[in-house]
Design a protein around this ligand. Structure first.
Ligand SMILES: Cc1cc2nc3c(=O)[nH]c(=O)nc-3n(C[C@H](O)[C@H](O)[C@H](O)COP(=O)(O)OP(=O)(O)OC[C@H]3O[C@@H](n4cnc5c(N)ncnc54)[C@H](O)[C@@H]3O)c2cc1C
Length: 448
């Protein structure tokens, strides 16, 4: 048992939380970009028609480049970067915001350029219409292409593989655009420190893109496993149990890995992320899969002995990253139970006593396919666990207020996993009830 009393107030941490660190990195990069632009203008001069529109248009475009480069870096799947970005799952969330910021800033850049053209007595068409006399046709075409692809990036119904390819193209276009701007006449070209900084951002984005798109499958953290068993747990839920072929992957309970299944020929090129639902102390690796689409349905066709490539592990959704929190609420909704299954299994061998309130939410009792497994295990855990299977058809939606009533004392942390709408709603509820953001730890089973 741990020596830390369960009710001791959590000491304020001198370390930044997993969500604060990346914002410090992003804020720092934007600050460097801005300071270097100002220094560049001080050295080159602020004269000419720089104000009121041209100067801000340059700055917002530099911010757009900075955001785009960082957006590529945070989803590079480099394990070494995970502590900095708060886990790859958090990196994906950051990517969404940074990508959107890059697009909006690019749009603002064009608006400011139009205003600048009008100020000079020209038509705004010179910035908007390709082949207009005096227009920079290639720049305008690239802008429209990026804007179009940016809109498509939010298409919810597009096939995932196509959507990924679209992202890869957007990344290349942004990087080429940045390289092009660096060699054009302007602050970047004439002020060496700013040019060096932009080259650093460009190289970081290019290396991250190359690693993720071209090298990850060969040089990423890849482990060869073979199928041991495929167990149908419910009408649309299957367990995939894998045995290491040469090296065994070590991981933190609750993290996730990407799977590639060469024997499923229609899907052999795809990598799908799944939380690990077994414990790292076990030789075999287990994934619990809800059969929602082509790939997950095809998992049932795997046979013992089939090869599976496992890439991982990734993510920061693990109780061991949150040692000061001795009282925890775990909430898994639907297939969002998977990381908790691994964490619970690990609890049997984990000498780290905590007080845990564990909720497994499903629509109907029949959907709770892991209920019996949890009931068999939760009393064997080192931690003291209160288990509650919550069925929404009988009891309605579980709310944060109901959980707070049960837990009573305020010094707890919540771990949440499930669909994006469920997680977002619960996070809002806990925040509204005054639970500090750093104590709400969550994972969406969704990368879009
Ligand atoms: C961090 C993380 C952990 C996950 N853990 C689990 C788990 O433990 N159990 C489980 O059942 N599901 C889990 N998922 C979801 C799982 O990855 C998708 O359900 C699966 O990839 C769907 O593939 P499909 O072809 O069967 O379905 P589709 O019908 O093609 O897609 C269904 C949904 O899954 C998304 N998706 C499809 N392909 C991919 C892909 N290659 N990469 C990422 N998302 C994709 C789509 O965008 C869509 O939203 C997890 C997802 C993430 C991001």
């Amino acid at each position: 048992m741990s020596d830390t009393p369960l009710t001791a107030p959590i000491a304020p941490s001198d370390r930044l939380s997993r969500r604060q660190k990346p914002w410090l990195l992003i804020g720092g990069c934007l600050a460097v970009t801005t300071v270097l632009w100002v220094a560049g203008r001080v050295s080159i001069g602020f004269g000419g028609s720089l104000w009121p529109w041209l100067a801000p248009s340059q700055v917002v475009m530099l911010w757009s480049f900075t955001c785009a480069a960082l957006a590529i870096v945070v989803v590079s799947r480099a394990q070494a970067l995970e502590p900095l970005i708060g886990g790859l799952d958090n990196g994906v969330r950051l990517h969404r915001r940074l990508g959107l910021a890059a697009f909006l800033l690019m749009g603002l850049h064009v608006v400011l350029l139009c205003l600048h053209a009008v100020q000079l007595g020209q038509s705004a068409a010179v910035m908007l219409v390709p082949f207009w006399p005096g227009a920079r046709t290639v720049d305008i075409a690239v802008f429209y292409l990026l804007a179009g692809l940016g809109v498509l990036a939010y298409a919810k119904r597009m096939r995932h593989e196509l959507w990924l390819n679209l992202h890869r193209v957007i990344g290349v276009l942004f990087l080429l655009g940045t390289a092009h701007a660096s060699i054009e006449d302007g602050t970047i070209r004439f002020f060496e420190p700013l040019r060096t900084w932009i080259v650093i951002l460009l190289l970081s984005g290019t290396v991250a893109w190359t690693y993720r798109v071209l090298l990850f499958r060969s040089f990423g953290p890849r482990f060869l496993y073979t199928v041991q068993r495929v167990v149908q747990r419910g009408p649309r839920v299957v367990d995939l149990e894998l045995r290491p072929r040469d090296r065994r992957m070590m991981y933190q309970p609750g993290t996730f890995a990407f799977l590639r299944t060469p024997s499923l020929t229609d899907h052999s090129a795809e990598l799908h992320p799944f939380s690990i639902s077994g414990s790292p102390v076990k030789r075999d690796l287990r994934f619990s899969i809800s059969q929602v689409g082509d790939f997950t349905r095809a998992v049932s066709d795997l046979s013992p002995g089939d090869e599976v490539e496992v890439f991982g592990s990734f993510g920061g959704f693990t109780q061991s990253h949150f040692a000061p929190y001795r009282r925890m609420v775990w909430i898994g909704a639907g297939i969002g139970i998977t990381p908790f299954l691994g964490m619970l299994e690990f609890e049997k061998s984990n000498d780290d006593f905590r007080r845990i309130w564990f909720y497994y939410i499903t629509r109907t009792p029949e959907d709770a396919v892991y209920d019996s497994e949890i009931r068999d295990r939760f009393l064997e855990a080192d931690s003291y666990i209160d288990y509650n299977q919550w069925t929404t058809t009988d009891r309605g939606r579980l709310t944060a207020a109901q959980i707070m009533e049960e837990v009573e004392l305020g010094d707890f942390a919540v771990m949440l996993c499930g669909s994006s709408p469920f997680v977002e709603d619960m996070v809002k509820q806990f925040l509204a009830l005054g639970v500090p953001a750093e104590r709400i730890i969550y994972e969406h089973l969704q990368f879009r």
